[in-house]
Design a binder for this molecule. Structure first.
Ligand code: SAH
Ligand code: SF4
Length: 394
């Protein structure tokens, strides 16, 4: 008999005949993938749909991860599941709690990589800011994550796993059947605003958000999920049709010259291309407002002229403008605009007919504010010189 571990060599690619296999993790599988996995493990076709629903409820509505505790399944079936599968979420390495109640989790994923997840409590809601990649391949010059070299996409299980680990920590596994819209929840909203560019990991983000929105899953309304993109134009329309959540765009500049430096993806898809894609967006997602995120950088993008140009550019797009006071990090080549400047900018935008809230920095004492995330254990880091050169300000 041939040794199954002998690799087959095909031209330049070496494909191991048998991949190292562990039990399959059920977290993050789409309903269809879960159904197929159950059938492959010996579940009769006729029962597979029902079993999928049952498992889905145990995993996402009750937070149960041990098959033996899934009491509406027969003993034999629980054994079959335990032989073939696991229900696993990423591990929390550390948790920090800010004086304002913000919680930051350092989360370890397969391969020893780390990402950060932040929970932000407010009076009428609680928002979880989740990561979609380890680091980010993009290099926005004001963002700490953008200085991190190491990158891999998170799996759908690692993305929805962040919601599950936060629920573990908050002690919040609602009873099935409770109306998620009418029930005050500690974790009521999700923003994809942590580490990474979600639209460069589209399929995994989509599959995870489908679980978040599923009535038998995490049960959050699609209006309580906001995906933030730096402007990956070709994927924007898909966000509306395949996910259907709300969209936020990291705008930050009102001329291509300035935006090229702040958000370098602008060199690939400039303001005109981005605005065209955004003009089409609400048509496919029931005319919901797009959030324009605008980081306030002293002397860079914060003049009255910028504010006037901004409202001209977004004319005709149902929008709100979220002004984000810059959050500093060691070596950052920018400063935060003064409060007076931010307020004057906000007033111009408001007078033009757009809501213009100023985002309150949260969790500053634990370094959990927007754009400050970066795994603490990361070893290689771009130098100040590299950051400045990429920003064109060296
Ligand atoms: N990659 C996505 C989502 C993550 S960033 C994106 O770029 O949209 C979430 C938001 O924080 C973005 O609007 C980003 O531009 C902003 N941000 C990044 N660094 C920041 C900083 N240092 N201070 C304030 N906001 C920052
Ligand atoms: Fe990446 Fe967003 Fe940071 Fe830009 S702002 S480097 S896209 S995480």
């Amino acid at each position: 008999m041939t040794d199954v571990s002998t690799p087959i060599t095909q031209d330049l690619v070496t494909i191991p005949r048998k991949l190292p296999e562990g039990p399959l993790n059920l977290v993050g599988l789409t309903r269809e993938a879960l159904r197929e996995a159950l059938v492959a493990a010996g579940t009769p076709e006729k029962q597979a749909k029902m079993r999928t629903g049952q498992l889905w409820q145990w995993i996402y509505q009750k937070g149960v991860r041990i098959f033996d505790e899934m009491t509406n399944l027969s003993k034999e079936y629980r054994v079959l599941l335990a032989e073939n599968f696991v229900v696993a979420i990423p591990e929390v390495v550390s948790k920090q709690v800010s004086v304002d109640g913000t919680r930051k989790y350092l989360v370890r994923i397969a391969g020893g990589h780390e990402v950060e997840t932040v929970y932000i409590p407010e009076t009428d809601r609680g928002t979880l800011c989740i990561s979609s990649q380890v680091g980010c391949t993009l290099t926005c010059s004001f963002c700490h994550t953008g200085t991190q070299k190491l990158v891999r996409n998170l799996t759908a299980g690692e993305i929805i796993g962040q919601v599950m680990l936060a629920r573990d920590d908050l002690g919040e596994w609602p009873e099935p059947g409770r109306n998620p819209v009418n029930t005050a929840r500690l974790l009521s909203n999700i923003v994809l605003m942590g580490m990474g560019e979600p639209l460069y990991n589209f399929e995994n983000v989509r599959d995870a958000m489908k679980i978040a929105m599923d009535p038998e899953g995490i049960q959050l309304s699609r209006r309580r999920i906001t995906l933030s993109t730096s402007g990956v134009v070709p994927e924007i329309a898909r966000t509306a049709t395949e996910i259907g959540c709300l969209l936020a765009v990291s705008f930050h500049g009102t001329t291509d010259e300035v935006r090229d430096k702040l958000v370098p993806i602008n060199k690939r898809w400039n303001l005109e291309a981005l605005l065209d894609a955004l003009r089409d967006y609400p048509k496919v997602s029931n005319s919901e407002r797009i959030t324009f995120e605008y980081v306030m950088l002293k002397g860079v993008n914060d003049t009255d002229e910028d504010a006037h140009r901004l409202v001209e550019l977004i004319k005709g797009i149902p929008a709100k403008v979220n002004l984000i006071p810059f959050n500093p990090w060691p070596g950052a080549p920018y400063e935060r605009s003064s409060n007076n400047r931010i307020n004057a900018f906000a007033e111009i935008v408001y007078q033009a007919g757009y809501a213009s809230p100023v985002r309150k920095p949260r969790g500053e004492d634990i370094f959990a504010a927007c754009g400050q995330l970066k795994s603490a254990t990361e070893r290689s880091r771009k130098s100040r010189k590299e950051i400045a050169a990429e920003a064109g300000i060296g």
